[in-house]
Ligand binder design. Sequence first.
Ligand code: FAD
Length: 284
Amino acid sequence: MIPSAFEYYRPKDVAAAIAVLQEHGDDARVVAGGHSLIPMMKLRMAFVEHLVDLQAVEEMRGISVSGGTVRIGALTTQHEIITSDDLVSAAPILREAALQIADPQVRYVGTLGGNVANGDPGNDMPGLMQALDASFTLVGPDGRRTVAARDFYESAYMTAREDDEILTEVIFASTQGGYAYEKQKRKIGDYATAAAAVLLTTEGGTCTAASIAMTNLSDVPVYSQSAGAALTGTSCDKAAIDAAVTAMLADIDPTEDNRGPVEFKRHVAGVVLGRAIERAASRA
Ligand SMILES: Cc1cc2nc3c(=O)[nH]c(=O)nc-3n(C[C@H](O)[C@H](O)[C@H](O)COP(=O)(O)OP(=O)(O)OC[C@H]3O[C@@H](n4cnc5c(N)ncnc54)[C@H](O)[C@@H]3O)c2cc1C
């Protein structure tokens, strides 16, 4: 399939990109890596009359770590995340998760901004952003605003971003303690049947804080505050892991699809979360 005809724009800065979005409203969309949008256009599931390519917008690139704050430009590719030494030191869970996205060809091109802005429940980065308590910078005709990742996702493909806003940057604090991103997929390169992001800190063998989020188990990424609370104050032993899994299962709402029926997905969700907690605790 080839997509229907569209006008192509390649602005050099965010302001110029926003001007095209403002002029054409619903008929315009930005494209970053194109590895979610272009397949949808080819399948004629997305109709875009004015396509705004962000690749020449240099101000949206780059990774910086300073004073305990990590800033990643939206055009940063998954490959750049994997190969950034600064990021591996500041938040190693990013690399672990990015390595489980698709395959190298997709990761060379797919961007962090596209992954989090897309709103597809199958994308891995939105769940991770819940665990990190990240925030997203949105720039539009009325200026700049910051939205917490935990407030960003409304339903599948629906987010807090307005049509004429561009997500320019992802910001979060450097992580401490143990981490794990555990993903179960049908085959290499596939989206998650279920995935779990776990960050936790310990002191003297006791968990002092835990942040847990799940991927592809609802129409939005799921931050499970109660699962994290179930681990806090424990030694992350089997009873505590079981309690965290029970708490998480109350927060997810998977639907049946070609990755399996609901009960199977709930089972896999428990397995991946249990493994993620064990690995995070062993690294804390
Ligand atoms: C074979 C294959 C397997 C894949 N497997 C996985 C997987 O396992 N896990 C996973 O997470 N992803 C997977 N992906 C998706 C891949 O990671 C995409 O690259 C990513 O989801 C979107 O990034 P992109 O830069 O390609 O975005 P694009 O396709 O360019 O855009 C996606 C959407 O986000 C919007 N958008 C993009 N950038 C911005 C921005 N800065 N501001 C506002 N809106 C923006 C676009 O308008 C569009 O609606 C897979 C893709 C393929 C082709």
